[in-house]
Write a protein that binds this ligand. Structure first.
Ligand code: NDP
Length: 434
């Protein structure tokens, strides 16, 4: 805390991991050697840079960009770029730290990183977004590369932004080698990368339920968010016969006890992805209840899946959900559940899966996109889907092996932290003090 006094999110993430792994480190003392823990919490490199660009009125604007290269013991740094006006270095350091363990859980040879800018893509023209992305890459390209650091998308960065960045990177470096994942299929993308995180969350949930003799069929799910992760979680949940009764965005939350169907889902995608509009418009179109500026945690649902952003489900929300009968909480977003809320779930016997395990499907398919790129081929959709499914199953299994039992529910937090930690720690110890 003395070292990073204003980095609340980063300290929160470090504390959560250390709480899990400390008892384990005490039992296996060799993990305390070589200053390992001190090295593990310190990013290998943090880059901060200026992003000047010209808006449609000819006015020069200046944003701040970052890339946090947290740990490369397992492979090139890998993690998304986030565009959000309130983005801070603390948020990016927490995300890069978490990403290191998440990537280790996939078993793919990927280190951990994260980056972004305090830029708001909302309300900007296509030309402005493109000029911004190009200016960002003019600097970022010095620090990334297929064997160094391979960024992807995150909040505010979808296929369009990745296309603009990858295009400029290709031009500057005079090389078509992929330095981004999440690319469009027309130029080196992988099938299912867009869907991977949301689908992966559902595959993980399915395994979690199966372990207790249950399935998704007929279950009610409260989902937050309406972006990439939320949309694909909704789509896959519907395919599994579940009833998704909420969605949310920065304008508020929509409640739909009957649940999404194909028509509503298509309308949601059109409003969010094509019109780039708000959920309020969606709620009006279907005459659904809408709560302005709220999260959807007042809903009655057996499963809650926060898929929007960090710290969006707080202690009071956790109490409401537990009182309303929620029995499973699965994080689609990164650290959406606060530490206090997590305690509430523990006490109430709610089965909880952390994002670093449940939402690893995105980075897993990014890893598969890199493999396809380096082999110069593209696997069919079915093959990618089958690989994604088996990676999510393996992650669930490995958490279950290491996670202590809390009642009849696996402690996925400890399981994910210990498994991720041992993989990164073993690689670091084998490479000496670097
Ligand atoms: P998107 O930008 O596609 O969607 C984010 C959604 O969350 C939007 O609907 C946005 O609302 C909403 N949102 C953002 N901030 C807030 C807030 N403060 N209050 C309420 N709603 C908010 O991002 P993704 O779906 O890609 O990412 C969502 C989460 O999942 C993030 O935590 C991300 O780190 C994590 N994640 C993403 C992966 C990926 O592959 N994309 C991989 C693993 C994790 P609005 O539409 O109004 O902007």
């Amino acid at each position: 805390e003395a070292r990073d006094p204003h980095q609340r999110e980063f300290l929160q993430a470090v504390k959560e991991v250390m709480d899990s792994v400390w008892p384990f480190v005490e039992e296996v003392p060799h993990y305390a050697e070589q200053g390992l823990l001190d090295r593990l919490v310190e990013p290998e490199r943090v880059i901060q840079f200026r992003i000047p660009w010209t808006d449609d009125e000819g006015v020069v604007r200046v944003n701040r960009g970052w890339r946090v290269q947290h740990n490369s013991a397992l492979g090139p740094y890998k993690g998304g770029m986030r565009f959000k006006p309130d983005l801070t270095l603390s948020v990016l350091k927490f995300l890069a730290f978490e990403q290191t363990f998440k990537n280790a859980l996939t078993t793919l040879p990927l280190g951990g990183g994260k980056g972004g800018a305090d830029f708001d893509p909302k309300g900007k023209s296509e030309g402005e977004v493109m000029r911004f992305c190009q200016s960002l890459v003019l600097e970022l390209s010095r620090h990334v590369g297929p064997h160094t650091d391979v960024p992807a998308g995150d909040i505010g960065v979808g296929e369009r932004e990745i296309g603009f960045m990858a295009g400029m990177a290709r031009k500057i470096t005079n090389s078509a080698e992929a330095v981004f994942t999440g690319k469009n299929l027309s130029f080196g993308g992988s099938h299912l990368r867009k869907q991977a995180t949301g689908y992966g969350v559902i595959y993980f949930t399915e395994r979690m339920l199966a372990r207790r003799g249950e399935s998704l069929e007929g279950k009610s799910i409260a989902i937050s968010g309406a972006g990439n992760v939320a949309q694909h979680a909704i789509e896959k949940a519907m395919q599994h016969g579940a009833r998704v009764v909420t969605a949310s965005d920065s304008s508020g939350a929509v409640f739909d006890p009957a649940g999404f169907d194909e028509e509503k889902f298509a309308a949601l995608q059109h409003i969010k992805n094509v019109e780039r509009g708000s959920l309020e418009t969606y709620a009006e179109k279907f005459g659904l209840a809408f709560e302005k500026g709220k999260h959807p945690w007042g809903a009655k649902a057996e499963i809650a899946m926060p898929c929007a952003t960090q710290n969006e489900l707080m202690e009071k929300d956790a109490k409401t959900l537990a009182e309303n009968g929620t029995r499973y909480v699965v994080e689609g977003a990164n650290m959406p559940v606060s530490a206090d809320a997590l305690e509430v779930f523990k006490e109430a016997g709610v089965c909880f899966a952390p994002g670093k395990a449940a939402n690893a499907g995105g980075v897993a398919v990014s890893g598969l996109e890199m493999s396809q790129g380096s082999m110069g081929l593209r696997w069919p959709r079915e093959e990618v889907e089958q690989r994604l499914q088996s990676i999510m199953c393996e992650i669930e299994e490995s958490c279950a092996v290491y996670g202590t039992k809390n009642g009849d529910c696996v402690n996925y937090v400890d399981g994910a932290n210990v498994v991720g930690f041992t993989r990164v720690a073993d690689a670091m110890l084998a490479q000496g003090v670097t």
